[in-house]
Write a protein that binds this ligand. Structure first.
Ligand code: C2E
Ligand code: CA
Ligand code: CA
Length: 728
């Protein structure tokens, strides 16, 4: 992690250094280029200004006349001596209009034509250029000036200048035409030429260096010494003139030298900063790893009990099974479910419910060996993974758990809550090796234990698996029955207490499978509820009942609606839809719901009940007293009808106590203006007791079993006509 960062930092330093060096080198190259062009420019400039200065002597009628006369005395005085003394020229030559030698002067005296002949080839191109200024290219350093001679005569003065190596000396050569400044007859013939040569000696070089600030500028013969830059000076014709050298300024290196210290400090600071950043980054990474580990841990832990949650349990289960197998040992898997947790939550509030869960988890922990794992597998489910426990030992632990949770949990206020627990368990590898199989089997055992009324421990048994596969077979058979319209509806009459008149009928589903035979609704309805099939089944019954009900005037038709239908679909909309497609009067329809509907979600239940009543439909509370009934519900929800569960009716005549409760339920129903119905009336004794108690309606095998549409139609006709006749 830090290796690459250090490498990167080192690379960054190198890049900074290299680009600094490259920048310095470029600055140097640029400076050299500039200085060289300054020198070349200065030479050009110098040549042109000499050419212009020479006009004093060359644009002059007297010079024109005297040269044409070839007056040597005059030429020595006014060209030779004068230009040597005042302008510092070293050699002067005069050529005729045909470029023949006329006069020469050097080192204070006249020179012969032979001497000029030696240098003539070096300057031949310049002579040609000044003669034909229009024909030469722009490289030549020309000056020109039109001269008005008067009397409508005019002439143009030309001069050209360039550096040349004259007999080993770098020199400036200026060649100028000699023209009159007054009218002359021969003014326009080929002019005589003045050739002036100046050594570009130490004096010139010194001037140049002081003007342009070149240190130690001088002509050299060989390569430039170290610390010096040089420029090879060339003439226009490409010939070598000489090599100028001067102290290199190397502004790039100068820059590096000057910023060097600052840069070094900056680099050190940068290195320190990088180190600090790296250390910080390392620490951040460690934090990140740590918080990631914490998040992983949190995702696997139940916040309330601090035990592993379902995910955490799932992760340890597999290795624990593997270990048991590897050690030729066993692993007991127990699932503990609180029997009354929902009621505790409802009665005492969630805070107390939480306290109960914590207390339960502690009680469980006390029963376990240190090598066992305990986790919270659901709202009120705990899972225990106990290594080394065989079936007998597991059964002992399960029994101890049930016993430990029979004791109530005490509130700070002193109130006591009885949670109670059921336990299902299985032992790996005997009961399963795969996690999912094992957990499913433990769940099956737990469900069975709860079915037995709670506070029970049950081991998994293979027939439970068979039950499960039987359920699966039922489910698919039920699906096809629904698709094939093989679900029948029977109607069980509800009669007045004397048993003479039919007041209503209850629609009851019937299903006879071609292979399985008749299947009780108490078996297939829970399956339909679990699989969602109940929505379609329920609607099927409702439509059928409403259609059939048109045949029985003045008889109410009751239809059962399960909790799943109320909570997972909009029953108000379904009923409205079915009624709108039929002429069936809403007030003759009764919807029966059970208390479980109210338990699950009171607000939703209340909405649906009120919604149904707004449609004009009656709502009955079914099986009242069978579950965790609360008389409060009767007041809270405005039911139209109360159906008292069969279990109360069964006890009529058995004991005095049971009829006390039954009697008070009936009285409360009457008080709340509900139609009170007794279910499961099987004996004359029950019927007589109930008719004295003030019950409005009776339903039971004694009066009639559920009947097919044809039979119930006949049954109604027989009774109600007889009844009407009896009254008449
Ligand atoms: P439930 O709503 O309490 O229906 C009354 C049950 O008691 C019916 O059983 C009926 O045959 C039975 N019964 C009637 N009189 C007597 C009697 O004197 N003695 C005894 N021992 N039993 C009597 P069934 O038809 O087996 O229905 C069982 C349950 O299935 C129903 O209980 C109801 O909860 C449910 N169910 C039936 N049809 C439907 C339906 O269409 N939709 C829904 N959601 N549930 C239905
Ligand atoms: Ca019912
Ligand atoms: Ca019932």
């Amino acid at each position: 992690m830090t290796g690459p960062i250090a490498l990167l930092a080192a690379a960054a330093f190198c890049v900074v250094l290299i680009s600094l060096m490259m920048g310095a080198q470029q600055a140097n190259d640029l400076a050299l280029k500039r200085q060289r062009s300054t020198i070349e420019h200065a030479l050009d400039q110098h040549g042109r200004s000499l050419a212009r200065e020479l006009r004093v002597q060359t644009v002059w009628s007297e010079a024109f006349d005297k040269t044409q006369e070839r007056n040597v005395l005059w030429m020595r005085a006014f060209f030779g001596l004068y230009l040597q003394e005042l302008f510092g020229y070293d050699r002067i030559y005069v050529l005729s209009g045909h470029d023949t030698f006329v006069y020469g002067f050097a080192n204070n005296r006249d020179v012969r034509a032979a001497q000029f002949a030696e240098i003539e080839p070096v300057i031949r191109d310049l002579i040609a250029a000044v003669r034909n200024p229009q024909e030469v290219d722009g490289r030549y350093n020309f000056v020109s000036k039109p001269i008005d001679l008067g009397e409508d005569q005019s002439v143009t003065h030309y001069a050209v200048a360039d550096v040349r190596n004259i007999e080993g000396t770098p020199s400036m050569v200026v060649i100028s035409t000699i023209v009159p400044d007054r009218p002359r007859v021969s003014a326009r013939s080929a002019p005589y030429l003045l050739i002036a040569v100046e050594d570009l000696d130490a004096q010139f070089v010194q001037n140049l260096s002081s003007i342009f600030d070149f240190q130690g500028l001088r002509w050299i013969k060989d390569a430039a010494p170290t610390g010096y830059w040089s420029d090879d000076i060339k003439a226009i014709d490409g010939s070598d003139v000489g090599r100028l050298a001067w102290q290199s300024q190397a502004p790039g290196w100068e820059f590096v030298r000057r910023v060097g210290l600052g840069l070094a400090v900056a680099l050190v600071l940068l290195a320190v900063l990088t180190m600090l950043l790296m250390r910080w980054g390392r620490r951040q990474a460690e934090h990140l790893l740590q918080s990631e580990a914490e998040a992983r841990e949190a995702a696997r832990t139940d916040a309330l009990t601090k035990l592993p949650n379902r995910l955490g349990l799932a992760e340890v289960l597999v290795p624990m099974v593997e270990q048991a197998k590897a050690q030729n040992s066993t692993l007991a898997v127990l699932l503990v479910d609180l029997d009354q947790f929902k009621e505790i939550n409802d009665d005492f509030g969630h805070a107390f419910g939480d306290a109960v869960l914590v207390e339960v988890s502690q009680r469980l922990k006390r029963l376990l060996k240190p090598n066992a794992a305990l986790g919270r597998a659901g709202d009120d489910d705990f899972m225990i993974l106990a290594p080394g426990l065989d079936a007998t030992a597991a059964s002992g632990l399960a029994a101890r758990i049930v016993a430990a949770l029979v004791d109530p949990v005490t509130l700070p206020s002193g109130a006591r809550a009885y949670a109670g627990a059921s336990v299902g368990y299985a032992v790996a590898p005997h009961d399963g090796e795969q996690r999912d199989d094992l957990v499913r089997r433990v769940e099956l055992a737990l469900a069975k234990a709860k079915d037995q009324g709670g506070r029970t421990a049950l081991a998994f048994a293979p027939e439970m698996d068979l039950e499960l596969s039987h359920r699966r077979a039922l489910e698919s058979a039920l699906r096809s029955a629904l698709a094939n319209d093989a679900i029948e509806v029977l109607y069980q009459p509800l009669m007045d207490p004397s048993g003479t008149q039919v007041l209503a009928v209850e629609a009851l589903m019937r299903w006879t499978d071609p292979l399985l035979g008749p299947v009780s609704p108490e078996i297939f309805i829970p399956i339909a509820e679990e699989t969602g099939l109940i929505q379609k089944l329920g609607e099927h019954v409702l439509r059928r009942a409403v259609a059939d009900g048109l045949a029985w005037p003045d008889i109410n038709v009751a239809v059962n609606v399960s909790a799943v239908q109320i909570h997972h679909s909009d029953m108000v909309a379904v009923v409205r839809d079915v009624l709108s497609g039929s002429r069936f009067p809403p007030e003759r329809l009764e919807i029966e719901i059970t208390e479980s509907v109210l338990l699950a979600d009171e607000r939703r239940a209340d909405e649906q009940i009120k919604g149904l009543q707004r449609l004009g439909v009656k709502v009955a509370l079914d099986d009242f007293g069978s579950g965790y009934s609360s008389l409060l519900y009767l007041r809270k929800f405005g039911f139209d009808k109360l159906k008292i569960d069969r279990s109360f009716i069964e006890e009529i005549g058995e004991s005095a106590d049971s009829t006390v409760i039954l009697d008070s339920i009936i009285q409360l129903g009457l008080e709340l203006n509900m139609t009170v119905t007794a279910e499961g009336v099987e004996t004359v004794e029950q019927q007589q007791w109930l008719s004295h108690s003030g019950c409005h309606q009776l339903q039971g095998f004694m009066l009639s079993r559920p009947l097919s549409f044809e039979h119930v139609t006949a049954f109604i006709a027989a009774h109600n006509i007889a009844h009407a006749a009896g009254r008449a």
